[in-house]
Design a binder for this molecule. Sequence first.
Ligand SMILES: Nc1ncnc2c1ncn2[C@@H]1O[C@H](COP(=O)(O)OP(=O)(O)OP(=O)(O)O)[C@@H](O)[C@H]1O
Length: 671
Amino acid sequence: MTTTGSGRDTPPDTKAEDTRISNAERELYGGRLRYDHSFVRHEGPLTRLSFGHMATALPRMMGMVLRTGWQTDPRALAGVVAAQLGQGVTSAWGLVAVNSVLTELFADGPTANKLRDALPSLVLLGATAVTAALLAAWSTAMSGRLEPQVERAVSGRYYAAVTRVEVEATERPEIQRILEAGKFGTDSARNMLRLSVGVGNVLIGMVAAAVVLASLHWALLPMLLAIALPKGWGAVRSARRDYISRLNWVDHRRAIASLLAYLTRPHAAGEIRVHAAGTKLLAGYEEMSRLTEAEQRRLARAQASTDLVAGVFAGLASLACYGLLWWLLSTGGLPLAVGGTAVIAIRTSTARLTSLVQQVNRLYEELLFLTDTETAVDVAGEHAIPAAGTALPAAVDRVRVQDVSFTYPGAYVPALKQVSLTVRRGEVTALVGANGSGKTTLTKVLAGLLLPAEGDVWWEDGNGARVELREADRAGVFAAVGLLAQDFPRWEMTAAANVAIGAGDRPRDMDRVRTAAQDANVLTLVEGLPHGWDSIVFKGYERGVQLSGGQWQKLGTARSLYRGAPFLFVDEPTSALDPHAEIAAFEGLWSLAEQGHAVVLVTHRLAATAKADRIYVLAGGRVAEEGTHDELMARQKGVYQGMYTAQAAQFGLSAPADSPLPTARRSGGDS
Ligand SMILES: Nc1ncnc2c1ncn2[C@@H]1O[C@H](COP(=O)(O)OP(=O)(O)OP(=O)(O)O)[C@@H](O)[C@H]1O
């Protein structure tokens, strides 16, 4: 197992990787199934981890943990620190007591007298043991109180920060990577706290032992170090090897897990059986597993030889130390009792050392991830949606987009070019156009999610008061907006939660949930489920049910209706609905406009747009045409006229229909 040895954070074993991946991995994943660079960037530093690295990072790590703990619960932190220091002191007293007991026992005289003289020290020894146990229990209680709080503080800070980031910033790969990488450190502060308590405990114990040994005889301290150093060196090497082994395993394990997951996924069940995809995946699994087993055997052998070398060095050092101890005892340089104390202190200290190195190693690993989280929080703060801004006019009745251009980060072509349009309350505004023409992007600009690079988005009332989006209080903008995106989230929660989450900032109102469901034609369906509104709308859970695509779309519509916002942006709200349900859904949107809402409808169903108050036809990011259905149909060879005629022709209709929305509503249920 080799590391790259270069200063860059390249993963280990890149040279060897070609020979150690299975044909199945090559065939199915095109090589090793590695995560994006952002997730693996700590491999380099961790595989080059040295004793020096860890020793110098230790104060920084402890400082970070203490700071986080202090900000969260200073009393609990003070309790933990006091308990740790107390344990160090009792451990030192314990050694002093052992030394006195041994001194009394090795003294000349009858055994009964020696035992009587040793009694106070024995009592002290017992008292220190009890105190140590009490302090350990106190430390456990205090750190148990502190750990979850620290985790909540760090996770809360991270998730609050990332959910405030401008959508445009999240589209930038370099920012997205930083934000994603931060996710892996949210529980690191908690782990670091736990590990720090362990490290602190061992360190204090060792320092106490060192102080007592040095006070008994100066030569005992170098003895302790002589044993400790080779053990520490061996433990660092073992820890690093463990880490590299885990890394090499992880890619294979990831590939195997991803492959096995498909075998039991319901949506893949058909192809698994009919296309023999299952046979292919199982064969791949066999091959990958065999390779992984061989790799594991190889690693185990390498690990054993490292342990052996480390053990030999440590053994030789111990031998030399005990030889020195022997010589000191035999020449009278050290009393026998002190020799006994020294042996006990050396044995307990060196036994603790291996666990110390392993814990510091883990601490270092966690530090890197926590640093990522801290960086993510900082970057998120730099790109956050401003918390303050100018309040919107009290009676906003339109959003006016003026010469707006927008290019997605990394895109070569603008998604919107010099677009101007107005969306008014009380009207249905339809956005139509070919795939990729910019309709969804425009709704995101209208909803205040994307800030245009050029041009303005004015939120206006009827009396000339207006606020530009960049200056506006964005929370106020979002409060005025309801969204039904093309790929709206399907929360793995109850049906009630899936609707009520449309107004996550307000307490749930079940009457309004039912009304919204009624308006979205999904009430009968939900109330007919065995667990009604408490049904979890995902199979695989207790009370879980499977909804069809169209049923989901109705639930999504209910969610946006429940929000009750004056400006409603709906993107392809009927793509999965049957014809009757589609007609009912469009009628619902029209009645919303009649009630004073602004409805912006993105759709390819031109029969529905025919009744819109205004239609904007987008082409290549520009508004190519605008007008009512009749005005647009009157344009010979117009884009809209062409699209409408093509769609009508599919039904064998050559002329535009006068009233594309049939007046008769379906009389049946809503499922
Ligand atoms: N997140 C994104 N990052 C980069 N480019 C994007 C992103 N989203 C959309 N685009 C690009 O912007 C252009 C407009 O996309 P948009 O989704 O707004 O089109 P649309 O008219 O809604 O398409 P459709 O009818 O297929 O839904 C397309 O060229 C698309 O590739």
